[in-house]
Design a protein around this ligand. Structure first.
Ligand SMILES: Cc1ncc(C[n+]2csc(CCOP(=O)(O)OP(=O)(O)O)c2C)c(N)n1
Ligand SMILES: [Mg+2]
Length: 402
């Protein structure tokens, strides 16, 4: 990297100091949690407002405990989500239960909203059962191969369309994922076939150590949708109510108005954009959630190697949970007791999920199960060798620290 490269990275780091500098980012709540003067607060029940807060508090608690479990050797590598609860929780509340969620690996809030924490946590402890179980709640297995899940999410949502099902797929991924071929292929297909797909791009400033400014020369990530013929919107991902509102509207658009669809025939969009039945076409939407990752990329990462600790401070000042709490308090929807109850409940829900996950009995043979219908000879040999060793020495011999 030459000097000018260094200068541009420094400039980029400086530019990110004021998280509110971008005026084209949709917001409902101001930095202090009070609704902005011209904002439209989503028309939700008191219970729904409180549930959004409760689920963010639970997600934060889960995150703290997950990092701690990894540090104690009770869990594998984990991707922390602190700072990103508003987008995952707000956007998932905007969906219907029947809608599909497909995500990268950091949007734990979506799983909390779907009430699948106990089923999901085993994945992070190395049990494949964790990904199997969440399918029951219309959540696809998480995906570590960056952007590889986007074409699958498009395919699933296309299937919904072809079958005349009133469902959308919300596909979560990061800013780094937008540099992958799969991202472009998925968006292109979605644009051409009008699939009901919400592309939820979490612009958290970093792809491991690569800052957003080094990821793309595009002015915004939302702008990338323009090339594929559909809309991209930018929203404050640390504002749960804005995340809710934008996702809700995008989902309605993706559903093609939500009713009057071509049963069994897909959107059938003609050259004029009308469906054969006159119903509004389904449309994909790209939502860019502008937010920040407070912690390390994963528990295997040390962010001090590439960013200053104080770079996080301006973002912590607009913390999604603090803002939502202020909003609820000032509108009389929660008091000290309600806040304490949400925190106690989060402690309990997370503790129960950990107990359940730690009670899962590992099956060493399961790791060979899912890649091949018929195991190739070399893999079969490895499996047989492992099982023979377990038989001979007992499972305890393979436990950590033995
Ligand atoms: C295809 C592929 N290339 C590289 C990696 C290594 N990798 C893991 S996470 C990551 C960064 C992803 O950044 P982003 O999409 O912004 O998501 P974030 O981690 O910030 O949530 C990379 C490059 C990978 N997992 N898959
Ligand atoms: Mg990122």
């Amino acid at each position: 990297m030459d000097e000018s490269d260094d200068a541009s990275v420094d400039a980029a780091a400086d530019a990110s100091v004021d998280p509110l500098a971008d005026e084209d980012v949709y917001r409902v709540l101001g930095p202090d949690g009070r609704p902005l003067p011209d904002a439209t607060v989503p028309d939700l029940s008191d219970d729904r407002f409180r549930a959004i807060y409760r689920d963010m508090v639970t997600t934060r608690r889960f995150d703290e405990r997950a990092v701690s479990l990894q540090r104690q050797g009770r869990m594998g590598t984990y991707a922390p989500c602190a700072g990103q609860e508003g987008s995952a929780v707000g956007s998932t509340h905007a969906l219907e239960e029947r809608d599909l969620i497909s995500y990268q690996y950091r949007e734990h809030g979506a799983v909390v909203v779907r009430d699948l924490l106990a089923e999901y946590l085993p994945y992070w402890m190395g049990h494949e059962s964790g990904t199997e179980a969440i399918a029951e709640g219309n959540v696809f297995p998480l995906n570590i191969g960056i952007a590889a899940h986007l074409p699958h999410a498009v395919g699933a949502s296309w299937a919904f369309d072809l079958r005349g099902e009133d469902r959308v797929a919300a596909c979560h991924f990061g800013d780094g994922a937008t540099s992958e071929g799969d991202f472009h292929e998925a968006l292109n297909f979605a644009g051409v076939f009008d699939t009901p797909t919400l592309f939820c791009c979490h612009n958290n400033g970093w792809a491991i150590s690569v800052p957003r400014e080094r990821q793309t020369a595009s002015a915004t990530l939302a702008a990338k949708a323009t090339a594929y013929g559909f809309e991209g919107v930018r929203v404050d991902g640390m504002d749960p109510l804005a995340s809710y509102a934008v996702t809700r509207e995008a989902a309605e658009r993706a559903r093609g108005g939500g009713s009057g669809r071509d049963a069994g025939g897909g959107s059938g969009r003609g050259a004029d954009g009308e469906t054969s039945s006159g119903a509004p076409p389904t449309r994909p939407v790209l939502v860019e959630f502008v937010e920040y990752r407070y912690g390390a990329h994963t528990t295997a990462d040390d962010p001090t190697a590439y960013r200053d600790d104080d770079a996080v401070d301006p973002w912590r000042a607009i913390d999604p949970i603090d803002r939502m709490e202020t909003f609820l308090r000032e509108t009389g929807r929660i008091d000290d007791e309600g806040v304490a109850a949400a925190r106690d409940r989060a402690d309990d829900v997370v503790a129960e999920a950990i107990d359940a996950a730690e009670a899962v009995e590992p099956d060493p043979a399961a790791m060979f199960d899912h890649a091949y219908a018929d195991l190739p000879p070399e893999i079969r040999r490895q499996r047989d060798e492992l099982l023979a060793a377990v038989e001979e020495h007992g499972e305890g011999a393979f436990d950590a620290g033995e």
